[in-house]
Design a protein around this ligand. Structure first.
Ligand code: SF4
Length: 137
């Protein structure tokens, strides 16, 4: 279901401020890892495993792929599904918008409704990343 990551793009007004790239804890799907390693990056360069979940690594306090000078993501075209779903998050009760994002209130309710089932599925599937990666190597 994650073959077309662009489908999970939230339609809202992102101002590319980079706030969401600071201190990232973004979970990675096996599909994200495959896409990024196919670009030539090594798993240990961009991901770390904590509590059985693979997450994007931070360097100097921000995502390893964030360029603070250009304020750009170095892998924007192939960025992880979780980054595409942001600022949608699960707050423990329901899918909502992360108030850390300065333009969270520009996410239409229709986008929350469209993507909520996938956010929940994403949170289940990232638990399988470790096993899937082990099977594929
Ligand atoms: S914090 Fe929000 S507005 Fe800023 S780059 Fe991230 S998604 Fe875009």
């Amino acid at each position: 279901m994650w073959e077309r990551p662009e489908w999970f793009e939230v339609k809202f007004r992102c101002i590319r401020c980079g706030v969401c790239c600071v201190g990232t804890e973004m979970e990675l799907l096996a599909e994200d890892i495959e896409r990024i390693t196919a670009r030539g990056y090594k798993l240990e360069e961009f991901a770390e495993e904590r509590d059985g979940i693979y997450r994007l690594k931070n360097v100097n306090g921000h995502c390893v792929f964030y360029d603070p000078e250009k304020r750009l993501c170095k892998i924007y075209d192939i960025r992880p599904v979780g980054c595409r779903m942001y600022p949608l998050v699960y707050d423990g009760k329901s899918v909502t918008t992360d108030r850390t994002c300065p333009t969270w209130n520009t996410v239409p309710r229709s986008e929350i409704e469209r993507l909520a089932p996938y956010v929940l599925k994403f949170l289940e599937d990232v638990k399988l990343t470790k096993v899937k990666i082990r099977l594929r190597t």
